[in-house]
Design a protein around this ligand. Structure first.
Ligand code: HEM
Length: 483
């Protein structure tokens, strides 16, 4: 029995290798599942036949997480998807809103540096070590995941912490619980659960996924619901009249008939989905980049030289620097290529019969683009596909590097009608996270190690062990003193 995403993906990938094919069909119950590892075929699905392969599967996990299909990412093609997709693109993630939220993102970029700085300058017994001779241990998974969580909480709820938070800028108990619940949802979302393929098993929860998802949703709702409900009340009572964050924006959107565009249930479900969409890709990419760089210090040096050249040592990296940080962006692209956070893209479902790459694909098939195999396809990535080499993404003409990959030679933000509307925000978070870590600190392996073990976890594609490294501040002390 296929118990989770990873064992199912391993099985499908093995099958494709044995059959020496870039497109394979397996039947799970009544469903045809089509796995793809060729960019040309992937483009046929998501560009040429985008109108056909535009839906999403019905599954126990997506139903629970989306509040009964009230959201965007997880919702099958139809009116609800159209309404929410339009709302997200136009009202939440538009260029104007992105600029409006700039100060909130910067607050969190500063907090990231404050947190890491405090980790390196606090000795084991808790006293302050401002000489910074030895540096200090930093758990990069915690720093990266909580930076992403802080950014999305700040732009949606206008707050970093649900409770007191950590004194050093780090997460408090509540944020740790919240983040763990988000990652639990991500782990079981579209995990191959038998009940999705054998309908009469529904409700039995044989693999225990349903309970895990429900428990995680309870935690998320515990934190979100009171904030959303309280805010709706404030607007109703006229105590709030001006939008300060995306929750306010969602509450104040109007339908042409002047009623609210979104119900409280839609707002709650959409917020959870936006949080899920934000936290995993950037944090996983940053952790893998730093891990790869610790093993290849010449890459870290190149990236450090770039930020020093572009930013200097008198201030922190700003968003306006991002266009010039091409090497850092090449590193992020290389992490998306070689170390995607999930084995497959979000599944696409066909609305009618179709022929793709000379194969007949029946209506209702689920198409899984393999993030792992697209990025490592030796026909596409001829130069040592398994080696982390950011240089492969630099343009000969020195043109700007972007994190999107429209030819699907690896999968970052995908393309087409279901392509990611969070491209700008997601790219900004990823590059800012990496650039601030590299510019603000020098990094080395702990004294008892010379190399990082670059092994994926048994249960997901994150590093098997959270990356812990030694950080030392590398800029003048006053640059770290934020207001
Ligand atoms: C580095 C960061 C990110 C990456 C790599 C990424 C990647 C993706 C991918 C691969 C998809 C699925 C595309 C498909 O079905 O073919 C997707 C969908 C989506 N993403 Fe992102 N994403 C990122 C950040 C964000 C952020 C920050 C948001 C919003 C806050 C966001 C919102 C969405 C939404 C709403 C969809 C669903 C689109 C639909 O089904 O219509 N993403 N993203």
């Amino acid at each position: 029995m296929l118990s989770n995403k990873l064992s199912a993906s391993r099985w499908i990938h093995e099958l494709m290798k044995d059959l020496d094919t870039e497109i394979a069909c397996v039947r799970l119950g009544n469903v045809h599942v089509i796995a793809v590892s060729s960019p040309t075929i992937a483009c046929e699905f998501l560009k040429k036949k985008d109108d056909v392969f535009v839906s999403r599967p019905i599954s126990m996990s997506s139903y629970l997480i989306s509040g009964g299909y009230l959201t965007t990412v997880l919702v099958p093609m139809g009116e609800q998807w159209s309404k929410m997709r339009k709302m997200i693109s136009k009202d939440l993630l538009s260029p104007i809103k992105h600029r409006w939220l700039h100060a909130k993102r910067m607050e969190e970029a500063d907090n990231l540096v404050r947190y890491v700085y405090s980790q390196c300058t606090t000795t084991h017994n808790g006293s302050n070590n401002n000489n910074n001779d030895e540096g200090g241990f930093v758990n990069l998974r915690i720093a990266a995941q909580h930076f992403c969580g802080n950014v999305i909480r700040k732009i949606i709820f206008n707050k970093r912490y649900f409770g007191e938070g950590g004194k050093d800028g780090g997460p408090g108990y509540e944020e740790i619980e919240h983040m763990n619940a988000l990652f639990t949802l991500l782990k079981y979302l579209y995990a191959f659960s038998v009940c999705d393929y054998i309908p009469w098993l529904r409700g039995l929860d044989l693999d225990g996924h349903q309970k895990k998802l429900k428990d995680a949703m309870k935690i998320i709702n515990k934190y979100h619901d009171s904030i959303v409900e309280g805010r709706i009340k404030q607007w109703k009572e006229g105590k709030k009249t001006e939008a300060e964050d995306l929750l306010d924006v969602m509450i104040s959107l109007k339908h042409p008939n002047n009623n609210s565009l979104l119900t409280s249930e839609e707002i709650k479900a959409q917020i959870t989905e936006l949080m899920l969409a934000t936290v995993d890709n950037p944090s996983n990419a940053a952790e893998w980049v730093l891990a790869e760089m610790l093993n290849q210090p010449q890459l870290l040096q190149k990236a450090t030289e770039e930020v020093d050249r572009v930013v200097g040592n008198g201030r922190m990296v700003q968003e306006s620097d991002i266009p010039k940080l091409n090497y850092i962006k090449a590193c992020a692209r290389e992490a998306f290529r070689l170390h995607p956070v999930a084995p497959f893209n979000v599944p696409h479902v066909s609305l009618s019969d179709a022929v793709v790459s000379n194969h007949f694909i029946p209506k209702g098939s689920q198409v899984l683009l393999s993030r792992q195999q697209l990025g490592r396809n030796p026909k596409v990535w001829k130069d040592e596909p398994h080696v982390f080499k950011p240089e492969r993404h630099l343009k000969d003409d020195g043109c700007d590097v972007y994190l999107s990959e429209p030819d699907l030679k690896f999968l970052s933000f995908s393309v087409g009608k279901r392509g990611c509307p969070g491209l700008v925000l997601g790219s900004t978070i990823t590059v800012m996270l990496l650039a601030r870590l590299i510019h603000g600190f020098s990094w080395s392996t702990p004294p008892d190690r010379t190399k990082v073990e670059l092994v994926e976890s048994e249960t997901d594609l994150l590093l098997a062990h959270p990356l812990v490294a030694i950080a030392k501040p590398r800029l003048p002390r006053e640059v770290y003193l934020f207001d």
